[in-house]
Ligand binder design. Structure first.
Ligand code: GBH
Length: 505
């Protein structure tokens, strides 16, 4: 790369946010500490059979419980030289019973402490109101996202967060990957509340065709309510910005045939534009309306007005991977759960290979292929469709399977594959910036190994290794690499000599 080592020529603007990302359930632990209420992921992980290794987030990486641990994690961030940190607030820590109970002061104090400590170190908090976890009370009372009542709860919660934290938090996201949450929670049923119909997954108590659409609809309206409150009550005096974070997969047409190009466009419509179109333009993608007909809920005039009025200040993009897409509307495709071949997925078959060749190097996860070109194309797509609205890459990262039975080895710390992945994807971000995309930040997933949802602790995403017995953090080669990348592109000084900071033994 010609630009390396030459900060003057870096395409990253001087106020660009470089950070790492995390989420409350995956990091905090402190299961019911200090008045936290039960959330949907607590309830789900405590049911046997839901998590691959039988684990849960009761302790996770203990980011909450030991103040020492938090300080330690902030030390790690500071050493890397990041100027921001993306995390989420645990809704059930702030409102253990949603709007049906009182505000948990200990929860407020915890995030105050985190935010203040970050700011003292020159690290900007970049905060999600929810990252999959919601108070279980909302499930029990009215089926959470399936009921329009949830809008009241989200609005109430968002208001409290802006009120208590908004004087210091300048970047808010309403939701993390609501597309993944509803697909997995209501179509395939592998995430809470585990609802689906048998043709889509392993359950029978849901309706995989309608429920994801209803849940999404209520999430979109909840988002608009939260933005509305922020704009009318807080934004002027607090001066921050508010957006949403979407999981964004690059869908590459498997061939140049028009049918496959249109299928790739449908795959995108049914995955990402499903949320972004209504939030930004007040209506669902045309092609969703055509294919889904009356199954797709409608926005009232009033709601459409609100959506258009509130909108977004930025789009957060969690981008990891790409897939080929083959048409399934005009030609026959093999079907299979999770392949995206059904009507509710736009008759667009997702596949990782073309003529037996995979779209990128496979990894320890069946959905993650290394295809850095997808990052540039994804950014260009969003830039064009949404008029170059400011964008943040809110997640990007690489996983390995757990090798803990071998102990902390040279092998588990020298993560050359992760470095290769990150460097390819960050080059793609740099290229997009040179071509004029308004990207404001990049958050690496993740600072630490952590609880990877249904895969428990079997998959490691950290640039620091975590020993799950002692909870000790040890930097991997990628941590040093990220430190140097940031230094090269910001001209910032590396705080401690890398030799001593990142010695592995
Ligand atoms: C992100 O999710 C999460 O925000 C984060 O918490 C997580 O730890 C991280 O990435 C690493 O996995 O089945 O149709 O949803 C990404 C989760 C799950 C997104 C699989 C893509 C496949 C398509 N990914 N999903 S679908």
């Amino acid at each position: 790369l010609p630009l390396k080592g030459n900060p003057n020529a870096s395409p990253f603007p001087s106020n660009f946010l470089f950070g790492t990302a995390s989420s409350s359930y995956q990091f905090e632990g402190a299961f019911l500490s200090d008045g936290k209420g039960l959330n949907n992921w607590d309830a789900f992980t405590h049911k046997p059979g839901n998590i691959l290794d039988g684990s849960n987030g009761d302790i996770a990486v203990d980011h909450y419980h030991r103040y020492q641990a938090m300080i330690e994690d902030l030390d790690l961030m500071q050493r890397i030289g990041v100027n921001s940190y993306r995390f989420s607030i645990s809704w059930a820590r702030i409102l253990p019973k949603g709007r049906f109970g009182s505000v948990n002061k200990a929860g407020i104090m915890h995030y105050n402490k985190l935010i203040n400590t970050l700011l003292l170190r020159g690290i900007q908090p970049f905060v999600s109101l929810t990252h999959y976890d919601i108070p279980q009370e909302l499930e029990n009372r009215y089926g959470a996202w399936l009921s329009p009542q949830v809008q009241e709860d989200f609005k109430y919660y968002a208001d409290i967060c802006f009120k208590y934290f908004g004087d210091r938090v300048k970047y808010w996201s309403t939701f993390n990957e609501p597309n993944v949450a509803v697909i997995r929670g209501y179509r395939t049923g592998v995430y809470p509340p585990s609802r689906c119909s048998s043709s889509f997954g392993n359950c029978t108590d849901g309706d995989s065709e309608k429920e994801p659409l209803i849940a999404a609809h209520n999430i979109i309206l909840s988002h608009a309510d939260a933005v509305d409150i922020y704009r009318t009550k807080y934004q002027k005096q607090q001066g921050g910005s508010i957006g949403i974070v979407m999981n964004a997969i690059w869908y590459e047409p498997i061939s140049e045939f028009l049918e496959n190009k249109q299928a790739a466009e449908r795959a995108q419509a049914f995955y990402m534009n499903w949320f972004l179109d209504p939030i930004i333009m007040g209506k669902y993608p045309e092609v969703m309306q055509e294919i889904l007909g009356s199954n797709l809920p409608a926005f009232s005039n009033h709601e459409q007005e609100k959506l258009k009025r509130t909108g977004l200040d930025f789009i957060g993009i969690n981008h990891y991977t790409s897939f080929y897409v083959r048409d399934c509307m005009f030609s026959v495709c093999e079907q299979g759960p999770g392949t995206g071949s059904s009507k509710t997925e736009g008759f667009a078959l997702r596949t990782a290979t073309k003529n037996g060749v995979s779209i990128g190097k496979p990894t320890a996860l069946d959905w993650l292929y290394v295809h850095p070109q997808g990052m540039e194309k994804m950014i260009a797509y969003i830039k064009d469709r949404y008029n170059n609205i400011p964008m943040f890459i809110t997640e990007n990262g690489f996983c390995e399977s757990d090798k803990s039975e071998k102990g902390l080895t040279e092998e588990s710390l020298n993560d050359a594959n992760r470095v290769e992945y990150l460097s390819g994807y960050l080059d793609a971000v740099a290229e997009a910036l040179r071509k004029g995309a308004d990207i404001r930040g990049y958050f690496l997933w993740s600072l630490l190994d952590n609880f990877e949802w249904t895969l428990g602790y079997t998959i490691r995403f950290g640039i620091h290794h975590v020993d799950y017995t002692t909870l000790k953090r040890t930097p991997r080669t990628s941590a040093l690499w990220y430190q140097q990348f940031i230094a090269n592109h910001t001209g910032s000084k590396i705080l401690m000599p890398s030799k001593t900071t990142f010695q592995h033994h």
